[in-house]
Design a protein around this ligand. Structure first.
Ligand code: ADP
Length: 634
């Protein structure tokens, strides 16, 4: 199988967080399983320092940019010596090298990311063509790469090689979606046919991640718990409805760790080497950490943290949870390494000023120091408000530093809590706490101090070090996910671009019902349903017509929020039906169906205390599709 990774980060070339680790390691791990893999990355200014190991393989490839065109040159390096995994850098200095920052923006802002990452997505597809790599699967990482799927299904859909390739999108962090105005996307040169609700638009805004989610053949996120969490409003960041339509595709695969880069047995960045079998060196690492930050050892536990200092990571909670603990236990030490939001940085600095003997705060991004903290601490602090997978808890367990984590996302799937049962059977590897509050974190820190006082943290430390967090395990799961995505693609996976074709293009899949163009602003009531594959029926609807408007006007405004829509699947042979409550906002749904059976579909409106009202009905695919007229509906 040939897999082309499209990513905006890959170590050792470009990294701002966990995505960089994945981009550097997963392609190698899957290559070790026998797949042919390669990576496409932008040539950032940071990549220049690797120039000596790179070779220019293509001089000039034309590629659309902001309504015009800009050529890129292609540079090749290798991610690993054996197996040799090529990494291709798309280089246009005016696009990717205008700033030292990867994303060229203030933290939290996307700036002109739409223009750069549209260019990158187009370029990545052209790299697949120009190199003759012919991927079976495009593995897209996060919003920066997700435009590849919509582009493949529109601009490139007639390309004989590429239209057969499956796409798999991995959501590493749903908090970042690539959200832009429609005008920005239009100016960037995104094909007009994609600028619609149900394609790249979500409630009138462009959302590159949503566009990817809707059009890929496989969808994964980085832990099973996070895969479930993102279907809920609390974690879905507004995309829970979009993701729910693809729930059948969604898998959770926990990241592995680069066990060579993070290996306490061979690590030259730390004071002494150690392992579960010979753990003595950790003592020297602890002393070295305290010495590096000028903290005196008073025998109490040392807590370490390494993170981007953003709300997600929850380290702002320390300002409230630590003072009482430190007053009671002056022997406790805390070292925080991180950069991020000014407000979090300032709060942590204030804490260090109040407790100079106990707390050191290092506001840098420094990989060497990250190793020193991971190895030297007795416990690792990771009170994330949400955590898709998290690498730092894996690293800390591998370094014998039990993590203190909030019970969310990948943290739940990887850390075993030191409750009585797990302490008893020796499986405990860390401390989990539930609420994202300073009080809950404080209680967890106190549990850790108590375990340390009783010497129980040592067994946890050793158990964590014995765990297998290698990429090989994850790579096997990805191999299955690729296979499923390819099956979907080969089975004539239907994509939105095919469901709502433009009038100028005939639908390419002959067994589809001929569809009528739905204009950009659909001032009408219409329900469509099309088999996406034998197991899935895709339904979408618009309620913008006069009949709907009249109906809505007749409902008391205070009750409008209570409206829910029901998608009713009626099995044609038996007339038995199945109702799906799709909520009040959804405009599309991927419904699970039994293969080989025909279904009629209806959309009903439900208001508490009233009987359901039929709004729209869909004609089955073997009959000519007749858009239901408004008169018929009213
Ligand atoms: P995220 O990807 O959300 O930032 P993860 O825990 O998945 O969080 O991965 C974080 C990665 O970034 C780890 O490899 C960690 O060591 C590294 N990292 C984060 N902040 C720093 C820092 N200030 N200095 C060095 N490495 C850091």
């Amino acid at each position: 199988m040939r897999v082309l990774h499209i990513t905006s980060e890959a170590v050792p070339f470009a990294k701002t967080g966990g995505l960089g680790d994945v981009g550097g390691a997963l392609p190698v791990a899957t290559a070790e399983l026998g797949m042919t893999t390669a990576v496409v990355l932008p040539y950032y200014s940071k990549v220049r320092k690797h120039a000596a190991s790179l070779m220019r393989v293509l001089g000039s490839v034309e590629c659309p940019y902001a309504g015009g065109s800009r050529p890129f040159s292609l540079w090749q390096g290798f991610l690993s010596k054996s197996p040799r995994v090529p990494i291709w850098f798309v280089r246009n200095e005016g696009v990717f090298e205008t700033s030292d920052d990867l994303y060229g923006t203030e933290p939290g802002s996307y700036g002109d990311g739409h223009t750069r990452f549209l260019y990158f997505a187009e370029a990545a597809i052209r790299v697949a063509k120009a190199t003759g790599f012919r991927p079976d699967v495009f593995h897209l990482h996060d919003w920066q790469a997700s435009l590849v799927a919509p582009l493949l299904r529109t601009r490139w859909k007639h390309d004989a090689d590429l239209s057969k390739a499956a796409t798999l999108l991995t959501i590493h962090n749903l908090a970042y979606q690539g959200d832009f105005s429609v005008d920005d996307l239009r100016a960037a040169g995104i094909p007009q046919e994609l600028l619609r609700e149900g394609r790249l638009l979500v409630n009138g805004r462009g959302n590159l991640l949503a566009g990817g989610i809707r059009m890929v053949d496989g969808l994964t996120t980085v832990s099973r718990t996070y895969a479930r969490e993102i279907l809920r409003a609390e974690f879905g960041n507004g995309l829970e409805g979009v993701i729910a339509t693809r729930e059948g595709l969604l898998d959770g695969i926990v990241n592995g760790l680069d066990v060579d880069a993070w290996n306490p047995q061979t690590d030259r960045k730390i004071a002494a080497r150690y392992s579960a079998e010979a753990p003595e060196g950790k003592v020297a690492c602890r002393s070295a950490l305290l010495a590096a930050y000028g903290l005196k050892d008073r025998g109490g536990p040392v807590f370490g943290a390494v993170a981007r200092l953003v709300a997600q990571k929850g380290l702002d909670l320390l300002s409230t949870s630590l003072p009482a603990v430190l007053r009671e236990r002056p022997d406790v030490r805390v070292v925080v390494l991180g950069t991020g939001d000014r407000s979090v940085e300032r709060a942590l600095l204030a804490l260090a000023r109040t407790f100079p003997d106990n707390v050191a705060v290092d506001l840098r991004f420094d990989d060497g120091r990250a190793h020193v903290v991971e190895a030297g601490a007795d416990f690792f602090l990771m009170p994330s408000r949400f955590e898709p997978c998290g690498l730092n808890q894996l690293i800390s367990m591998r370094y014998g530093t039990p993590p203190i984590v909030r019970a969310t996302g990948g943290l739940v799937d990887t850390v075993i809590d030191a409750n009585a049962e797990h302490l008893g059977d020796g499986t405990a590897t860390g401390i989990l706490f539930r609420d994202a509050t300073a009080a809950a974190l404080e209680a967890a820190i106190r549990r850790a101090i108590d375990l340390h006082d009783r010497g129980l943290h040592v067994a946890m430390s050793l158990e964590g070090m014995r765990g297998d967090w290698s990429w090989t395990r994850s790579a096997r799961d990805y191999a299955s996910a690729y296979a499923r995505a390819r099956e979907r693609r080969a089975g004539g996976s239907l994509h939105l671009a095919d469901v709502l074709p433009t009038t100028s293009e005939e639908p390419t899949t002959p067994w589809l019902p001929p569809l009528v163009e739905i204009p950009d602003h659909h001032p009408r009531d219409v329900l469509w349903a099309v088999p996406r594959d034998p197991w899935t029926l895709y339904a979408c609807w618009e309620l913008g017509g006069d009949a709907s408007r009249r109906r809505l006007a007749a409902i008391d405004p205070s009750r409008r929020d209570d409206i829910r829509y029901i998608l009713r699947l009626i099995e044609r042979a038996t007339r038995t039906f199945h109702d799906i409550d799709v909520g009040g906002l959804a405009k599309e749904w991927m419904a699970d169906v039994e293969p080989g059976r025909g279904y009629d579909v209806e959309l009903l409106m439900r208001l508490p205390g009233e009987s359901d009202r039929l709004l729209l009905a869909w004609a089955p695919p073997d009959q000519p599709p007749v858009p239901p007229s408004e008169a018929a509906i009213a």
